[in-house]
Design a protein. Structure first.
Length: 325
């Protein structure tokens, strides 16, 4: 009886144990499957590193961590730093046994236009390898909307400035183009039309004049060509003339013209002095010219001499006696 109860309890315990073992196995398989789907394997070696960001731009836990496009882990969790206000600490699980330089950068970026965020590890050049618990440098890449905003904001500001300038110009034009100004513009356009017509008439007259005087213009051109040809043919003679002028100029420059002019001026001064003495009655010529009585006596003597000469011519025997022996 007692042995039968012991067997029955053993059978019941073994059945409950089997159920528990099956449940544990199933739970383990479920956990392993979930971890596998998330890219984490339970028995795979891994290390946890950190990165500190100012903003994460929509990054969430379980987002992939890549190196050159290859998945090497995932984001474990994110939380605000207690030591640095406003800073966000992101824990990264690295599942691949890849040597990552210690000065590498964990950059948050968008892998596509509508895809989720990723963390890309940009490898550095340090010889020290990243260890479990180390902190990477952090970088957040601007999203497409941020880049578009950066490009559109200057354009928006320029468009607003342009619209404001256009409004100002329109106001100025409206103020300037009043009725009086419009009338003046119409009058100016009419005057321009008249001037254009006059210019056309003048151009026509010039064409007519040129047509009529075409032969004369041709003759003038021919004469100019002839003169040019003569100048060309007499180039040597012209050169000689210029040479003679040059020699004459040299001769004049060598001559003592100032001395000669000085002597001429001195002689003219002497002549003026003599004339002045004559005018004053000084000297024989001065007395002869200025003394009327003397002049009359000289004139009378000249007349008497003429009468004597005439008498001698008329009666030579009266004055000359010829004796013939």
């Amino acid at each position: 009886m007692f042995a039968t109860k012991i067997k029955s309890m053993t059978f019941q315990l073994s059945k409950e144990l089997k159920v528990g073992i099956v449940f544990i196995i199933a739970l383990s398989v479920l956990i392993w499957g979930l971890m596998y789907l998330k890219g984490l394997e339970i028995f795979q070696p891994k290390k946890v590193v950190f990165a500190v960001y100012d903003r994460v731009n929509g990054l969430v836990a379980a987002n992939p961590v890549t190196i050159r496009g290859m998945n090497v882990g995932q984001v474990k969790k994110m939380y605000f730093s207690k030591k640095k206000a406003g800073k966000i600490i992101v824990e990264l699980i690295i599942t691949q046994d890849y040597p990552i330089p210690k000065n590498s950068v964990a950059k948050i970026f968008s892998s596509g236009l509508i895809s989720s965020k990723e963390v890309e590890i940009v490898l550095g050049d340090s010889r020290e390898i990243l260890q479990d618990g180390d902190t990477l440098q952090a970088l957040t890449e601007s999203s497409l909307s941020d880049e578009v905003s950066k490009q559109l904001i200057p354009l928006k500001e320029k468009a607003e400035s342009l619209i404001s300038s256009i409004d100002t110009v329109a106001t100025i034009i409206k103020d300037v183009l009043n009725k009086k100004t419009r009338d003046n513009l119409i009058m100016a356009v009419d005057n321009i039309n008249k001037v254009t017509k006059n210019l056309a008439s003048i151009s026509s007259n010039i064409d007519t004049l040129v047509g009529k005087q075409k032969s004369h213009l041709a003759n003038i051109i021919n004469n100019v060509e002839s003169i040019s040809k003569n100048l060309k043919q007499n180039n040597e003679n012209i050169t000689n003339v210029l040479t003679n002028f040059s020699n004459l100029s040299d001769s004049l420059s060598k001559a003592r013209i100032p001395t000669t002019i000085f002597k001429v001026n001195q002689a003219m001064g002497d002549i003026n002095l003599v004339l002045e003495k004559i005018n004053k009655g000084q000297g024989s010529i001065g007395l002869l010219l200025n003394d009327k009585k003397l002049y009359d006596e000289v004139a009378k003597a000249a007349r008497d001499l003429n009468l004597l000469l005439e008498d001698i011519k008329a009666n030579p025997s009266k004055y000359i006696k010829v004796s013939v022996f």
